[in-house]
Design a protein around this ligand. Structure first.
Ligand code: 2AM
Ligand code: CA
Length: 266
């Protein structure tokens, strides 16, 4: 399998889908939004973008199946499966905030072999394939080298549906805010992870995510020399729910704060 070629071909499909999303963003209004569940929104743009990605990727690798946020296709691959979020940062998109992305990963026997995050409005493509390096628009990227929390800029996502964890989450923020350069909340997990991979953020953590939010981004972080995984066992291949991704150097420092505050609230 030529993963590099497959990755570059997938990027072409993603770029065309990005053009579609950008075009639609010009005429988009709040009336076009549907509510999936509390605070969970979807629009025809998410659905149409997903269909475009699925059509293109299905032609590119016919034996592969799909795990997608909008479930526009039911097809399971024996070896290969694409994991797709056609629009990560939907809340930003529907409010006209230009921070959203397309996230696509290819899994081979459950392990990531390609990861692509395309930040549509900035025309930034972050991508990697197994045994290759990680890139941003053709340039190699690496995680940051910040050795301590005090020199670090962090990203996070606020709880938006599971409010039971709010107290412990705010305890974590109380500890991190005075001891870092600050925290940012971008609203797209895939972008947060891509920014850790290229060193803009030193670490990122969030609860309540899905596989398609993090599959590509977590692989990008690992390929760029960082660490990404769940809070507890910090497994090598993240499957969502919760994630801590970092440059590796400050990982333990943040992990201790998160586990201490989470345990205190149990
Ligand atoms: P989505 O835009 O594809 O739904 C940001 O906190 C991350 O959580 C994003 O990756 C976002 O993915 C996901 N998310 C899902 N529902 C959300 C919501 N209601 N508000 C904010 N983020 C949400
Ligand atoms: Ca989405």
């Amino acid at each position: 399998m030529d993963y590099r070629k497959l990755c570059l071909n997938a990027i072409d499909i993603i770029h065309k889908t990005g053009e579609y999303i950008k075009r639609e963003s010009q005429a988009f209004t709040q009336q076009m939004v549907e509510t999936k569940s509390h605070n969970s929104f979807v629009s025809y743009v998410d659905l149409k973008a997903e269909q475009r990605l699925v059509d293109g990727l299905d032609k590119l690798l016919p034996e592969a199946g799909f795990i997608t946020e909008e479930e526009t296709i039911r097809k399971s691959g024996e070896v290969f499966n694409w994991v797709i979020d056609p629009l990560d940062g939907t809340t930003n998109f529907i409010h006209g905030l230009p921070v959203y992305s397309i996230s696509v990963a290819l899994m081979e026997n459950g392990k990531p072999v390609i990861g692509i995050v395309y930040e549509v409005e900035r025309h930034e493509t972050f991508y990697t394939w197994v045994n290759g390096a990680a890139y941003r628009n053709g340039y190699k990227i690496n995680v940051s080298s910040s050795p301590t929390l005090s020199e670090s800029l962090l990203a996070t996502g606020f709880p938006y549906h599971d409010f039971a964890i709010m107290d412990s989450y705010f305890e974590i923020l109380k500890e991190l805010l005075p001891n870092t350069r600050g925290l940012r909340r971008m609203g797209s997990a895939a972008i947060d992870l891509a920014y850790v991979a290229c060193g803009r953020f030193d670490a990122y953590f969030e609860y309540g995510l899905s596989h398609w939010d993090v599959a590509a981004g977590a692989f990008l972080v690992q390929q760029a020399g960082g660490v990404a995984g769940r809070f507890e066992e910090n497994s090598k291949h993240s499957t969502g729910d919760q994630i801590l991704a970092s440059n590796g150097k400050i990982h333990q420092e943040i992990l201790s704060i998160i586990t201490e505050k989470m345990m205190a609230s149990e």
